[in-house]
Structure formats: C-alpha cells, structure tokens
Design a protein around this ligand. Structure first.
Ligand SMILES: NC(=O)c1ccc[n+]([C@@H]2O[C@H](COP(=O)([O-])OP(=O)(O)OC[C@H]3O[C@@H](n4cnc5c(N)ncnc54)[C@H](O)[C@@H]3O)[C@@H](O)[C@H]2O)c1
Ligand SMILES: [Zn+2]
Length: 484
C-alpha cells in the first residue's frame, strides 16, 4: 500500500430476498457485504528529523496538518514538530488538550471535534495524533465519529502507546466512572513507531509498558520473555536502551530492546488481527486483565495499570504453579523478574472478596466463562475455565504466603511508584487531594467493615491498613468499574 492510500471496499454487496416473517407484509431483504480493513506500521527512529520525509509524505498532498497533542507532549516536542513540517513547507495547526485519565471524557472529545470543524477538515484529510495511548484513544474516537469516519495517523510516544495501544484499532473515552465505555473500532491509516520518544518518558511510565510486554511474552513468546529476564531492570532504567549513555553497553541493550519490542508487536498483531472486533473471547492478550480492572480502581488514587495487571498475572502464575503447569524454577524466575523491575505482585486490597467481585465482573464480559490465561509452560498458555472457589481460596493463601516469605522487602508485594499521580490523572494536585479525602469519607468505613468481615478469607487475619505503602489512602471504590 502506498503511504497515502485509504482503506478500501470492493464496492460490492449482495442483496437477497428472504421469506416473509410472521407479521410482515411481504418478503424481506438480507444484505451481505464486506469491507477490507488495511492499516500499516513503520519503525522510524527520530520521526521528526527533517531528513526523514516518511511522515511529511502523508501531508504534502494537503499542504497543511492538524495535530492533536496533549499539553505535556506539546511542551517537550512542539518546537521539533513545527520545525519538521516547516522543512517541508507544511503549516501546522496544533490542538492542545489537557491529558490525564480524568480528562479522557466527552469534554475532551468535543474539544477535538470542534478543532476539526474550526480547521475545516476536508473529507479524507488525516488528522495527526502525537502522544500516548490516551491521546490516540480519544482522538481516534473523535475521528471515528466525525463525519462517521475521518482518517487519522498516529505517532505513539509512550511505551504503552508503542507496544500495546498501537496494536489495537479500539478507540474510546471513559463515561462517568466506567472506563472506555464509549468507543469504536476505527483503524488509523498508518502508525509510526518511534522508540526514541522513550528518552523523555519517566521511568514509572516505562515500567507500566514493561508490564504489557510481560503480559504477552510470558504466555506467548519465550524468546522475548528470556530477554526480559536478562535485561529487565536495565530496560526500565534506560528507557529500553534509549537513555543509555555508555556506548558499548548501550548498543547491546538497545539491540535487545529492539528485538523485544518488535517481537512483542508482531506476536500481538498475529494474535489480535484475526479477531479485530473481539468476536472470539479466548484472547491470549487478555492475560493479566481478569481481576485487574477491579483492583486497579479500588484504591484512590488508582494503581497504575501496569502494576494492577502484574498482580493479576502473579496470581495466575501462582495458580499455574499450584496445578503443576510450571516448575518451581519458572515461578521463581517470573517473580524475581517482576519484582526486579519494581512492579507489584500483590496488594492488600487483593483479597478473596475482591477476587470474587473481579471474577463476577469479568464473567459478564467473557460470556460466562473464566478464560483465565495460564502459562503452561512459560511462553505458552491455555485458558482455564474450571477454577473452583476452593481453588481460588487455596491459591490466594499460597500466593500471599509465597510473596511474604520470599520477598519480605516488598512488604506484601508492593512495587515502586505503583499509584497514579496527578500527572497520570490530569488533576490539579489540590483537586486530587480533595478527591482523595472525599473518597476516604465515602468508602473508608465500608472498606474497614468489609475487610473485617473478610479478614480470614485470604488467610491473613490482619486488620485493614489505614494507608498504602506510599502513604496514600487505600479505600475501596466499588462503584467504579473498568474494561480490559
Ligand atoms: N486502545 C487500546 O487498545 C489501548 C491499549 C492500552 C492502553 N490504552 C489506553 O491508553 C491510556 C494509557 O496510555 P499511556 O500509558 O500512554 O498514557 P498517556 O497517554 O496518558 O501518557 C502518560 C503520560 O506520559 C506523558 N507522555 C507521553 N509521551 C511522553 C514522552 N515521550 N515523554 C514524556 N512524557 C510523555 C503524557 O503527557 C502523560 O502525562 C489509557 O487511557 C488506556 O485506556 C488503550
Ligand atoms: Zn492493559
């Protein structure tokens, strides 16, 4: 496909007459047609280098470009972007929005739609989105809705955007307290994958992305998993080799990082592309996304997504081990790697009650089956649908005992910088403090009572803690739900 081609249709459909139904006044019609979905990826380091025309090619025809970008990414890359397009004599219009999960809403969406209108976006003219998974989700949804179908091109700037959100054609926004509740399937024309953006990405965000690579590799690609085991902490510290200054080591690390990222992307594309609209529900890439949506939003501020999914995966690894699906050595290596990079493997709110609520919630989206993705052995997997309540109780206790005994320094499995901060949420720190206090008032008492009632169910009869390890209040937030 050339760079500027749009997805195509063969412009053919079959319309056939079907028998008259009971109360109809005559035969009906059935329509059958298909539309091809085509989109592409390219790996271009330093995509805004004026020597590299790849991105500009898409906009030469239009002689201008509308760029949707959050305030932080604009602050870092705005000038470079302007200089890049200036080199091709393409004037730039920025629509700058305030990022953060609390702003992943209808207001931000409408702001983008208004910007399209003001710009006078021409049918088929592609919007350019530069940013993390949030920018591409909201802008992609605005493009799906604007004239029912507007073209877009994305440049991912976070590890999550590059190796996870980029794989999907899902776009959307949160609605009230429901995560990604409004959305669409709307593929961009093209995605640029430029890992040099990791140079400026804070370590906490790199760690988040690392968790998503664990998600795919430990159940689907042993080669990638082995590289994560070997290079884990250095990958996180150096932004997958892109921040590394020591030339000799940098080369080795960058090469390993590039192999990891390319393989992770390819494996995910191979697994997900045949099932773009998620018609099949046995999804390997849903590993770590069963109980984590409930856990992630239980404390306020929420757990960072990567930490919530590693707790979920850690439980599944313990479950797989208790079934004899993986060896002691495989389990120990898994936990050493995850803890070595500062991710979370257990949480005080992760008790039997939460397991039940989390499973009840996920059963609704998985057509009544558990579909837990269990490694067997590491690098391969199967879907478990037969985990009984007794097994959940037993494995939860085994899990907590193992973490406490083998990793006492983590004080119950806690990771580093595990909670979303004001930047992640897009909240004014003062507003964030108020929301924390409100949340504590609303749910703190309920949480304390519930925890007392469940105190022995998870094998730890200890009283509920008043605060999480980083001093943030750990309060239940049962009204919130999330989608994987
Ligand atoms: N559509 C999908 O399949 C899919 C998959 C995964 C995640 N998501 C969505 O993506 C969002 C999370 O994505 P994310 O983790 O990229 O978050 P994000 O887009 O909010 O970015 C995280 C933070 O990093 C900043 N940032 C972005 N690039 C930077 C850079 N290069 N240097 C410095 N700072 C930078 C952003 O301004 C923001 O503050 C969630 O809303 C999630 O639902 C969607
Ligand atoms: Zn995820």
């Amino acid at each position: 496909m050339s760079c500027c081609e749009t997805p195509s249709s063969d412009m053919a459909a079959q319309v056939t007459e079907i028998p008259q139904s009971k109360n109809a006044v005559g035969p009906g019609y059935a329509v059958k047609g298909s539309e091809e979905i085509r989109y592409s990826y390219s790996f271009v380091d330093n995509v805004f280098d004026a020597q590299k025309e790849d991105l500009a090619e898409f906009y030469k025809k239009w002689g201008r470009v509308l760029i949707v970008i959050d305030d932080i990414v604009h602050g870092i890359y705005g000038d470079a972007i302007e200089q890049y397009f200036a080199a091709y004599k393409i004037p730039v219009t920025f629509h700058i929005f305030k990022g953060g999960e609390l702003n992943k809403n209808m207001d931000t969406f409408e702001g983008m739609v208004d910007a399209f209108d003001q710009f006078g976006l021409i049918r088929k003219e592609p919007v350019l989105v530069v940013g993390g998974g949030l920018a591409s989700d909201v802008c992609g949804y605005a493009c799906a809705s604007y004239r029912r179908n507007t073209n877009w091109i994305r440049v991912g700037t976070t590890l999550i955007a590059l190796i996870d959100a980029a794989i999907s054609i899902k776009v959307g926004i949160n609605h009230g307290k429901l995560k990604n509740r409004l959305g669409a399937y709307h593929a961009p024309m093209h995605t640029f994958l430029d890992f040099d953006f990791l140079r400026t990405l804070p370590e906490g965000q790199i760690r988040n992305g690392f968790a998503e690579i664990v998600k795919i590799s430990h159940v689907a690609d042993k080669t990638t998993w082995d590289l994560l085991v070997k290079y884990g902490p250095d990958l996180v510290k150096t932004g997958f080799g892109r921040k590394e200054k020591d030339a000799a080591y940098s080369q080795e690390l960058k090469e390993a990082a590039d192999v990891i990222c390319r393989r992770a992307i390819k494996v995910m594309l191979d697994l997900e592309s045949p099932n773009l609209h998620e018609i099949g529900l046995d999804r390997v890439i849903a590993s770590g996304h069963a109980i984590s949506p409930t856990l992630e939003l239980a404390p306020f501020p929420p757990l960072r997504h990567g930490h919530a999914i590693t707790v979920d995966m850690a439980f599944c690894v313990t479950l797989a081990h208790s079934r004899g699906d993986i060896s002691d050595a495989e389990r120990d290596e898994w936990f050493d790697t995850i803890i070595g990079v500062g991710l979370t493997v257990d949480h005080e709110l992760f008790d039997y009650d939460m397991l039940q609520r989390g499973m009840a919630a996920i059963l609704k989206t998985r057509d009544g089956l558990q579909r837990l993705v269990l490694p067997k052995p590491i690098g391969k997997c199967y879907f478990a649908n037969d985990v009984s309540d007794d097994e959940f109780v037993k494995v939860l206790k085994t899990h907590k005992d193992y973490v406490l005994q083998r990793f006492p320094a983590t004080k119950g499995g806690n990771g580093v910088d595990a909670y979303a901060d004001a930047g992640d949420l897009g909240a004014d720190p003062e507003v964030l403090k108020q929301k924390q206090e409100e949340s504590l008032r609303e749910t703190g008492i309920g949480r304390a009572k519930k925890a007392q009632a469940n105190g022995t169910a998870n094998g730890s009869a200890k009283a509920p803690l008043k605060s999480t390890p980083n001093g943030m209040p750990a309060v239940g937030n049962a009204a919130v739900s999330a989608s994987a």
